[in-house]
Design a protein around this ligand. Structure first.
Ligand SMILES: Cc1cc2nc3c(=O)[nH]c(=O)nc-3n(C[C@H](O)[C@H](O)[C@H](O)COP(=O)(O)O)c2cc1C
Length: 204
């Protein structure tokens, strides 16, 4: 059975984005082995002085970290290994301040590792997960898909750029306007479930 990694960041009680995820899981749980990484419980380490420097030295210059330094790299390395071992990735998150929440970006920062998930070739970086596929399930309060606001919608292009780096073709299923169109919210979520059904047929 193919493996699916769900990267879930839906901390708000009653999360609308999680409704999309619940539907995805209900629809596909018998067709694929699903592992849920809950970023609110298992949060990637931010890249700070003590872990960034040994990671750069190791990944870019081949300098082995000390045992203590390796301990500081283990958590994010584990996320990178988890990505390399999956066939499908589902990132589930609301849009915060026009972009991906910092916790989700921290996950991308943890897994995008030259020498591990990317190869350094003469032509530049090459993602090593070309057989993996990804989707972003996301919602925003305002209609960030409208002509007036679409230039502010930085979440889906950022996720796509990160997946592109990893060599992973990705798409996004979005519900824009959970607050702006609050009276039609149920219909909007239902429409996203239809899109999830279409994706599920394609994937599994
Ligand atoms: C910290 C924070 C930042 C937000 N920033 C934006 C934003 O920039 N643009 C927007 O349209 N909605 C924004 N929202 C609204 C959420 O994107 C929206 O309510 C979303 O559907 C919440 O998803 P959830 O129900 O899964 O928590 C923000 C909400 C929070 C809590």
């Amino acid at each position: 059975m193919k493996k699916t990694l769900v990267v879930n960041y839906t901390p708000r009680e009653g999360s609308n984005t999680k409704k999309m995820l619940d539907h995805f899981i209900d629809r596909n749980k018998d067709k694929t082995e699903i592992t849920v990484l809950d970023l609110t419980e298992n949060t990637p380490d931010l890249l700070l002085r003590d872990n960034l420097n040994p990671m750069v030295a190791r990944n870019f210059a081949g300098i082995a970290p000390s045992e203590d330094q390796q301990k500081l790299l283990n958590k994010n390395d584990g996320f990178a290994d988890q990505l390399m071992a999956t066939d499908y990735v589902v990132v589930v998150t609301p849009i915060y301040n026009y972009s991906l929440p910092a916790t989700v970006k921290a996950w991308f920062d943890a897994i995008i590792q030259p020498g591990k998930t990317l190869a350094m070739t003469e032509k530049g970086l090459k993602g090593l997960s070309e057989n993996t596929k990804a989707v972003l399930l996301t919602t925003s309060g305002g209609d960030l898909g409208s002509d007036a606001m679409k230039h502010l919608e930085l979440a889906t292009p950022l996720a796509k750029a990160c997946f592109d780096l990893l060599g992973i073709p990705s798409e996004a299923i979005t519900v824009f306007g959970t607050q702006q169109y609050g009276d039609k919210l149920d219909d909007l979520i239902e429409a996203s479930k239809e899109e999830i059904n279409v994706l599920s047929e394609k994937w599994y």
